[in-house]
Design a protein. Structure first.
Length: 139
């Protein structure tokens, strides 16, 4: 049996759904193309869809609900550290300084400095839920 993928998207779990959706509305300067209050929002970006969902509370067994950054999440099979995140949302931008200024105006200034790599310049930041953002400019 094979997996026949018909599409893909990046999804972020949100403990504060309305706040995270509002953050991405402001950051991306667009409204979600799909919106179900307190459940799901989806943004169309070039080359990818970004989904934000409100996880259902888990009962007994399985994974426990996540807490604040740095908390260890327990499940029946594994332990993971909740921060830093293992995945990142990388946004290609035309003007890195303008993107940093916009993110800073939203109240989430990147904590570090711009890095220069062989593929361009980038800076790391975090959204309101602690998800890792990479703002990248080719160059």
């Amino acid at each position: 049996m094979t997996v026949r993928c018909t599409g893909a998207l990046v999804t972020l779990a949100a403990r504060q759904f309305d706040g995270l959706v509002g953050f991405y509305c402001n950051l991306l300067e667009q409204q979600p193309t799909v919106f179900m209050p307190n459940r799901y929002a989806e943004f169309e970006l070039p080359g990818v869809k970004l989904g934000i969902f409100q996880p259902k509370e888990r009962g007994r067994g399985g994974a426990e609900e996540t807490g604040g950054a740095g908390e260890v999440i327990q499940s029946s099979k594994f332990k993971i550290q909740n921060s830093p995140r293992g995945m990142a949302l990388c946004l290609e931008v035309e003007d890195l300084e303008a993107a940093i200024a916009h993110l800073t105006d939203l109240g989430y200034p990147p904590p570090g400095k711009i890095l220069t790599a062989s593929h361009g310049r980038e800076i790391y930041a975090y959204d309101p839920e602690g998800n890792w953002l990479i703002l990248h400019q080719e160059g």
